[in-house]
Design a protein around this ligand. Structure first.
Ligand code: NAD
Length: 492
């Protein structure tokens, strides 16, 4: 048995003991996981620093990774009893006398495959939902963040049930071996190409998947807006984590009349956030590795640099960069940039911006900056994306009440808050009838007659909102019909 097979078998055996289903046990595991973030903050931050080429200060690690996880745990602990409780549903005429509800149940063993750019956030957030929903979970951190993966491998078993939630480290070979095993759900975060490999592997076992992917998230800046504030927010959204954020604004669309202002304001914001020389600023990051450094540098060589462009391969530094008058067929527009490069494409206005966006794949996030509510509404009405955010960047990620996920090429399924719980639960339909009122069923039994059909039509189709009096009258009618049917059966 391979190491991966063993981990899955152990997790399934632990799941079969039933202990992960107990609500108190789930809460205990979540509380313990939360302690890891406070007690091991230093180890977490040190590993992130090593992995992400000094991208992260300890403050940034907490701000962008573990604080959100603590919030998600608090929310799950506070609401778990109500999330896991049976959910009564609306009744119709045929179920009036029955017990009808939805019962959220654990699905079984979940595989969580994380990405490297926010390695704690994207790996542990699905785990929180898996624990809350009563599942076992095999955790596969990204091999690109080798130090963080090690910290996870060392400390997760010390804080949470190591049989139920084993960590499997390794690269593509290990992930592929895991993918050959049978899971009850696969939760993958990463790029769309690998997303297809995940889905293909899952199909062999008919395993449902959640795919949290990426893509090019457009950002339209309307001329009717406070361009200074818009550009500060865009610069923060783009250059945080050195542009390596799945929902970073990938490119700007704006009218040519404001392009120079946009460039000047972004330049100003970059200076404010990262000083005159971002290379020496502790809050400015590095590209993850030389492969990505080379990829990003190759993307910009057929466009005009308006801001930044300085770079140093030895330490994967690329300055916050803006490209001007970028052509739609430029290299930088052919793939997700995932680096600190911000192209500007000029359009004649909102209509052309919408056309441009709709020609591409459906994005994970879509940003619009404007003071005009009609522009926001038109953008919402005429486009599709995982999320749309007006007049800010990234922050929708932190709102647990909103489902986070893609559509089309940017992913499938969603999570955060109760959405993670539901995503990793089986919502089981429960209908509990009694063996009385048999007369009401005669309309469905043969011999089928037009009279029975009319009765069936009435009971099945008349589900309009009747109000309290209407329901009482219908109930009375229902009882009368049932009584007549029973009487007829007895006398015949
Ligand atoms: P990555 O290289 O860390 O890969 C992610 C996972 O896929 C890893 O655990 C790795 O082991 C596995 N993997 C890689 N190649 C594989 C293969 N051939 N077969 C099986 N498994 C394989 O991360 P990445 O893909 O470079 O991450 C960046 C991408 O992720 C970007 O596109 C970004 O937009 C996206 N992303 C999306 C979200 C989201 O929430 N939607 C969050 C973060 C990143």
């Amino acid at each position: 048995m391979s190491r991966e097979q063993q981990a899955v078998a152990r997790a399934r055996k632990a799941f079969e003991t039933g202990r992960s289903k107990c609500l108190d046990y789930r809460i205990m595991q979540l509380e313990s996981l939360k302690r890891l973030f406070t007690e091991r903050q230093k180890e977490i931050a040190d590993a992130l620093k090593k992995d992400l080429n000094k991208v992260r200060s300890e403050v940034a690690s907490q701000l962008y990774e573990t604080m959100g996880l603590e919030g998600e745990i608090n929310l799950a602990v506070k609401n778990l009893k109500s999330w896991a409780a049976p959910r009564p549903v609306e009744k119709n005429l045929l179920t009036l006398m029955d017990t009808v509800y939805i019962r959220p149940e654990p699905v079984g063993v979940v595989l969580v495959i994380g990405a490297w750019n926010y390695p704690w956030a994207v790996t542990i957030q699905p785990l929180i939902g898996a624990i809350a929903a009563g599942n076992a979970a095999v955790i596969k951190p990204s091999e690109v963040c080798v130090h963080t993966a090690k910290v996870m491998e060392e400390f997760l078993p010390a804080y949470i049930d190591k049989e139920l939630y084993p960590v499997v480290t390794g690269g593509v070979t290990e992930t592929q071996e895991l993918l050959r095993q049978r899971f009850d759900h696969i939760f993958y975060t990463g790029n769309s190409m690998v997303g297809k490999i995940i889905m293909e592997a899952a199909a062999k076992h008919l395993t449902p998947v959640t795919l949290e992917l990426g893509g090019k998230s457009p950002c339209y800046i309307d001329k009717n807006c406070d361009i200074t504030i818009a550009c500060r927010r865009v610069a923060w959204g783009k250059y945080t984590n050195c542009g390596q954020t799945c929902i970073a604004p990938d490119y700007i669309l704006c009218e040519s009349s404001i392009q120079d202002r946009v460039i000047a304001e972004i330049k100003k914001a970059v200076k404010e956030f990262y000083t005159e020389n971002p290379q020496t600023c502790t809050d400015y990051g590095r590209v993850i590795n030389q492969r990505h450094f080379k990829r990003i540098m190759a993307l910009i060589d057929d466009s005009t640099v308006a801001v930044g462009g300085q770079n140093e391969e030895a330490n994967c530094y690329i300055a916050p960069t803006v490209l001007r008058d970028v052509k739609p067929d430029a290299k930088v527009m052919q793939e997700e940039i995932f680096g600190p490069v911000l192209p500007i494409i000029t359009v004649s206005g909102l209509n052309e911006a919408i056309k441009f966006i709709n020609k591409g794949e459906k994005p994970l996030a879509l940003y619009v900056f404007t003071s005009d509510d009609k522009v926001i509404q038109k953008m919402i009405e005429e486009t599709s994306s995982g999320a749309i955010l007006a007049n800010d960047c990234l922050v929708h990620y932190s709102i647990s009440a909103l489902p986070f996920g893609g559509v089309g090429n940017s992913g499938m399924g969603c999570y955060h808050g109760k959405f993670t719980f539901d995503q990793l639960s089986h919502l089981r339909s429960c209908l509990i009838k009694k063996l009385n009122m048999e007369g009401a069923n005669t309309m469905r039994y043969p011999p089928h007659t037009p009279t029975k059909l009319n009765r069936a039509r009435f009971f099945i189709l008349k589900t309009a909102n009747l109000g309290w009096i209407g329901w009482m009258m219908t109930l009375a009618l229902f009882v009368v019909v049932a009584a007549i049917a029973i009487k007829k059966r007895i006398t015949s």
